[in-house]
Ligand binder design. Structure first.
Ligand code: AP5
Ligand code: ZN
Length: 217
């Protein structure tokens, strides 16, 4: 399956993507994670992206689309993928459509995670991520690690993202409403959107998502 996951910052896209990708045996492709990996490796691409990310703005399309395309062309993505954080504006959605068209492929579904703003602010404020593996995501109260600051899965150090400060979160939410939400209408016109509530326990949301996606196969 080829799936796009959409939803505001902190909706739980990364958390759900880890489970869904495993259940569906497709790679989880997160442009945010790709940028953060480039930043920690000190690459030129990471240097270009960092200032935009720290300010809560989108990284320019010229940089983002090429990076996403390179990742989608890897052999493990041949039979499907779960995109998290891409596309993030209509220009990126059009570029993705053109790319898939060129290969005679199409998307199967766009899964839209719905959650109100107060909740995403709480989720982001308490989020902690493992330095060894970005799919090891915790929350100081909702999904607390057994030992504070230490990843349950691998013992790695947990850290807070630079762009998770309150001011930057507000900016990211504004960018989501103005630039990313329009892609939901873009995909709705193609009959691809399934909306689910992202409230409740993590496994309840995964169950809802799997059920919604089964209907789209
Ligand atoms: P990105 O990394 O994509 O961040 P985001 O979209 O802001 O989303 P988040 O990672 O903040 O949230 P999430 O929905 O994955 O939530 P999570 O599962 O962690 O992008 C960062 C930046 O990179 C952008 O601002 C931009 O600058 C740049 N960028 C990336 N892609 C780009 C693109 N295509 N174009 C241009 N620029 C781009 O969950 C959050 C917390 O909640 C966790 O602590 C988790 O444990 C907890 N939680 C999750 N589910 C639940 C639940 N059900 N109940 C309670 N707690 C929960
Ligand atoms: Zn870990």
């Amino acid at each position: 399956m080829r799936i796009v996951l959409v939803g505001p910052p902190g909706a739980g896209k990364g958390t759900q993507a880890a489970f869904l990708a495993k259940n569906l045996s497709i790679p989880h492709i997160s442009t945010g994670d790709l940028f953060r990996a480039n930043i920690s490796q000190g690459t030129e691409l990471g240097k270009q992206a960092k200032a935009y990310m720290d300010a809560g703005n989108l990284v320019p399309d010229e940089v983002t689309i090429g990076m996403a395309k390179d990742r989608m062309e890897q052999p493990d993505a041949e039979n499907g993928f779960l995109l998290d954080g891409f596309p993030r504006n209509v220009a990126q959605a059009e570029a993705l459509d053109a790319m898939l068209d060129g290969e005679g492929m199409k998307l199967d579904a766009v899964l839209d995670l719905e959650v109100e703003e107060d909740e995403v602010v709480k989720r982001i404020a308490g989020r902690r991520i493992c330095r060894n593996d970005s799919s090891h995501v915790f929350h100081v109260t909702y999904a607390a690690p057994k030992t504070e600051g230490v990843c349950d899965a691998c013992g790695g150090e947990l850290y807070q993202r630079d762009d998770d400060s309150e001011g930057t979160v507000r900016k990211r939410l504004e960018v989501y409403h103005t630039q990313t939400e329009p892609i939901i209408d873009y995909y709705r016109a193609q009959g691809l959107v399934v909306t689910i509530s992202a409230l409740g326990k993590v496994d309840e949301v995964t169950g809802r998502a799997m059920e919604a996606l089964r209907g789209e196969k």
